[in-house]
Design a protein around this ligand. Structure first.
Ligand code: SAM
Ligand code: DTB
Ligand code: SF4
Length: 322
């Protein structure tokens, strides 16, 4: 098998595919060794999500409950008041979250929303948590304003391979995604970028997606790997679920290709067994979302997560480590 790349090394699709296809134990062993070189294997970073603007999105992402184009039954709402966001964030902090991620169902923020967004970042930051936002496409000016307010991370996913992308989303291109990621990076905000699997893609698409991320000028600091939560009414409601071993392979490959990034076991944990999640942590996943709701879909109950992490001897990562 090829050896792990250092920063700035370009991976070829063939090298990455060879890792992905290696005997499972070889792949997991290599991923775990890489993981231990940069991280305490018994710590997982806990993030919490809040949907600050739900539904009614003009985009057509085929997996999403929040697209206005599909009859998912979700009720759209306006941008939440800053006070409400702060009170939710305070509860999250009290429950042990070190990062607070605010999401809005937009193609991109409008000029008139920026003031409220800046106020949200400043207020959540003042609570002593790291801040993250995911608001759709950003131009450089918007990114710089959010950076000046204290935004630590911006989440914007490439979602899948460039080849498969057009099957899932037509209203914004793969190149648009890369442009937003460039603006976020140029502003000095840390990048959170990953994708979603179980969209009916081939293994080569999962590998290609991770190679694209690993070959960015700098690795994203966080790499969320979402497993599709099928949403009734969306085009992907009947997609064939990804086979669990394939999912673990995807996590392991993300760890090997991006050794120092936080790999987040993101959406879809409700449908995963404890054993599957344990394998993902062994393969290098070291971040999760906690709280029983993601943006609109469900996530494991906090008690269930606490018990699982306890059984595995995994402790929450402190702010300074994350
Ligand atoms: N509107 C913003 C955008 O798309 O840039 C931010 C929110 S969007 C919900 C963030 C990410 O969540 C998507 O890129 C996708 O990877 C993930 N996601 C959305 N719906 C999902 C679902 N049903 N199952 C799994 N992941 C999902
Ligand atoms: C990411 O990659 N996953 C999170 C976060 N970034 C914003 C969102 C998952 C959304 C799951 C579907 C929902 O809750 O509607
Ligand atoms: Fe809109 Fe984001 Fe959902 Fe796409 S993923 S439809 S951009 S909220």
């Amino acid at each position: 098998m090829p050896t792990p790349a250092g920063g700035g090394t370009r991976w070829t699709l063939e090298e990455a595919q060879a890792l992905y296809d290696a005997p499972f134990n070889d792949l997991l062993f290599q991923a775990h060794v890489v993981h231990r070189e940069s991280f305490d294997p018994n710590r997982v970073q806990l993030s919490r999500l809040l949907s600050v603007k739900t539904g009614g999105c003009p985009e057509d992402c085929g997996y999403c409950s929040q697209s206005a184009r599909y009859p998912s039954g979700l009720k759209a709402s306006k941008l939440m008041d800053v006070e409400r966001v702060v009170s939710e964030a305070r509860k999250a902090r009290e429950a042990g979250a070190t990062r607070y991620c605010m999401g809005a169902a937009w193609r991109s923020p409008r000029a008139r929303d920026m003031e409220a967004l800046v106020a949200m970042v400043e207020a959540v930051k003042a609570l002593g948590m790291e801040t993250c936002m995911t608001l759709g496409m950003l131009d450089l000016d918007q990114a710089c304003r959010l950076k000046a307010a204290g935004l630590d991370y911006y989440n914007h996913n490439i979602d899948t391979s460039e080849r498969y992308y057009g099957e899932i989303i037509t209203t914004r291109g793969f190149a648009d995604r890369l442009e937003t990621l460039g603006n976020v990076r140029a502003s000095g905000i840390k990048v959170c970028c990953g994708g979603i699997v179980g969209l009916g893609e081939q293994a080569i698409d999962r590998v290609d997606m991770l190679v694209t991320l690993a070959n960015l000028p700098e690795h994203p600091e966080s790499v969320p790997i979402n497993m599709l939560i099928p949403i009734e009414g969306t085009p992907l409601s009947q997609a064939e679920p990804i086979e669990p071993i394939e999912f673990v392979r995807t996590i392991a490959l993300a760890r090997i290709l991006m050794p120092k990034s936080h790999v987040r076991l993101s959406a879809g944990r409700t449908a995963m067994s404890d054993e599957m999640q344990a394998l993902c942590f062994f393969a290098g996943a070291n971040s999760i979302f906690v709280g029983d709701t993601l943006l609109t879909a469900s996530n494991p109950d906090e008690d269930k997560d606490r018990i699982l992490l306890g059984r595995l001897g995994i402790k929450p990562m402190e702010l300074s480590e994350g």
